[in-house]
Write a protein of this length. Structure first.
Length: 385
């Protein structure tokens, strides 16, 4: 069977649609695949209109179900009634392929379990974008719980899967440590569409940034894993430099971080802008992209920074290492070393030759390794196999 009439259902774990799921679905729907997605949903969609959650479902069968979750912080959405089980059974019965992202959410784990128990001949592909407690540390308690999970019931989704996709070579050892059978591992990087937008608004005028003031940009969720506290520590070290830190996004640490910035006397040096749909304006006018994350998959924001030719300073962790080659197309620091971050930012701002080299090499990295038009073929290959 070719692509014609091939029925694929994607299972999204959280409230926000995973970026790769959105890109893959919208590429394949133009190739005669029949695409559906099962995803949890909150009742209100008003807030989502102002965020980049990749909700393009035109031509895609959208299946949703109600959940219980806390109003803030990172929490696993929990299905609240039998509607989820009915739809889970339906997608397993009616689709040729089920592609699940990360199996340690209640919804995704249940899908894997149902496949293992009742639909053993069905093709199930599992994507692991991180390996908590292995590829990054969560907390002492959660690291212990995740390791127990991977050594016990966490083996079941691996058994249920025909293939297990990871985003880069830097994840291979972590995958093996978590119990992924080597024969099932497929290293498929995600990607990005090459369609940079021109600036529509001058953010220096918007934020009253001086002509000589340098802009250091962060885009992402405001939580500890993304390193919001490290950004503040770095900004404090560079408080006497002519630098403005711009943080785009939202999350559970935002309000606490704003208060801390005020207490440190950094309110004129660090701007929190919340969620924006015009992120391209910020990429176009930033001098450095700063991403001190403690744990990642393959960060799409680093790809965006490379497309907009913004020199990068980021953490030396799994995922970022697959995108950034230290001293070649960016600077890497050990995740907790905010002294290194400060030194690297200052070094880049003082050396135009290095900045121009990183811009050129970063763009080349995307064009040669991380465009969806090429990388989608890896996913199609296992769908059609």
């Amino acid at each position: 069977m070719g692509a014609v009439n091939k029925r694929i259902c994607y299972v999204n774990p959280g409230i926000n649609i995973r970026r790769p799921i959105s890109f893959i679905m919208n590429l394949l729907k133009m190739k005669d695949y029949q695409i559906s997605i099962l995803t949890p949903r909150e009742k209100s969609a008003i807030k989502r209109e102002k965020t980049r959650h990749y909700d393009d479902f035109e031509g895609i069968n959208l299946l949703t179900y109600p959940i219980w979750t806390k109003s803030s912080g990172f929490i696993w959405p929990i299905p609240t009634n039998l509607d989820f089980l009915r739809k889970a059974w339906k997608i397993l019965k009616e689709n040729d392929i089920i592609h699940v992202w990360v199996p340690f959410y209640p919804n995704t784990f249940i899908i894997c379990l149902l496949k293992l128990l009742f639909f053993r001949k069905k093709k199930l592909i599992l994507t692991m974008d991180t390996f908590p407690a292995y590829s990054f540390k969560v907390s002492l308690i959660f690291d212990i719980l995740f390791k127990i999970y991977f050594k016990t019931v966490g083996k079941l989704p691996y058994i249920a899967s025909n293939y297990i996709v990871i985003y880069g070579d830097s994840f291979v050892n972590y995958a093996k440590k978590s119990g992924v059978p080597k024969r099932k591992i497929r290293v498929f990087p995600t990607g990005i569409n090459f369609n940079p937008k021109s600036s529509e608004e001058n953010i220096r005028d918007l934020l009253n940034i001086g002509a000589d003031e340098k802009i250091v940009l962060f885009v992402g969720l405001h939580n500890k894993r993304k390193g919001i506290d490290l950004i503040i520590k770095t900004a404090n070290l560079l408080r006497n430099e002519n630098i403005r830190f711009i943080l785009v996004g939202d999350g559970p640490e935002r309000e606490k971080s704003i208060k801390l910035i005020s207490n440190l006397g950094l309110s004129e040096k660090v701007n929190f802008l919340g969620n924006r749909l015009d992120v391209h304006n910020f990429y176009n006018q930033a001098d450095i992209f700063f991403f001190p994350s403690r744990g990642e998959g393959l960060p799409g924001v680093l790809m965006e920074a490379m497309i907009y030719q913004v020199p990068i300073v980021t953490s030396n962790i799994a995922g970022t290492r697959d995108l950034v080659d230290n001293l070649e197309n960016g600077l890497l620091c050990e995740a907790e070393d905010y002294y290194c971050y400060a030194k690297s930012i200052k070094k880049l701002l003082q050396n135009e030759r290095i900045r121009e080299s990183f811009k050129k090499n970063g763009l080349n990295t995307i064009k040669t390794k991380f465009l969806w038009e090429s990388n989608i073929k890896n996913f199609e290959r296992i769908y059609l196999k």
